[in-house]
Ligand binder design. Structure first.
Ligand code: GRF
Length: 187
């Protein structure tokens, strides 16, 4: 099987990156992670890139032309899928246009509900029954692209932000990889 080349964008801990690295080590997973990009130089997830000898680059997202530099990097490396895994910077319309239909994101809510940040806090405040996570294509509107996969869990009345996050993230580690399998299975 010829694996596609993928790049994972992070800004923080990188536990989803970790799950994707684990999946990609299996011979029949459709992608390899050939590059990790972070907009934060201290992102903990970079340690994983180092540990698994995955090339990584840090781009200061406040700098000029940083997206142009990223585009050059991913085109040079012939990347065909970008996975946003906790990348806390909104990509420009131009960037998305350049990589149309090839950028996916994982979001900690059952989209289209609770787009944006602080999803756990808002769900608990609204006394929602279900929480969950969604993997979707990225388009020019925030957290609005076509949904690939979504999985829900029940919110317990003992849940707080921390416990809910932990349980939602445990399902994220499964559905991110599963969504990638589905993308390539149908192609
Ligand atoms: C995940 O919960 C994801 O849904 C959101 O950011 C979080 C990243 O966590 N977009 P991590 O860096 O993968 O641990």
């Amino acid at each position: 099987m010829v694996k596609k080349k993928a790049c994972v964008f992070i800004s923080g801990t990188g536990t989803n990156l970790r799950a994707l690295i684990n999946s990609s080590r299996s011979y029949n997973f459709p992608i390899n992670i050939n590059l990790v990009i972070s907009n934060k130089k201290n992102a903990k997830g970079l340690l994983l890139a180092k540990k698994f000898s995955i090339p990584f680059k840090i781009f200061n997202s406040n700098g000029f032309f940083y997206e142009k530099k990223i585009l050059k990097e991913i085109k040079d490396k012939k990347i065909s899928l970008i996975c946003l895994a906790g990348y806390m910077k909104i990509l420009s319309k131009n960037f998305i246009k350049n990589f149309k239909g090839k950028i996916i994101n994982i979001h900690p809510s059952l989209l289209p509900k609770y787009k944006g940040i602080d999803t756990y806090k808002r769900m608990l405040k609204n006394k929602e029954v279900n929480a969950g996570s969604t993997v979707h294509y990225v388009n020019e509107k925030l957290d609005s692209g076509r949904i690939i996969l979504r999985k829900s869990i029940l919110i317990k009345n003992t849940d707080n932000e921390k416990t809910l996050k932990k349980r939602v993230q445990n399902i994220e580690y499964l559905i991110f990889s599963e969504a990638i399998r589905r993308i390539y299975l149908k192609n």
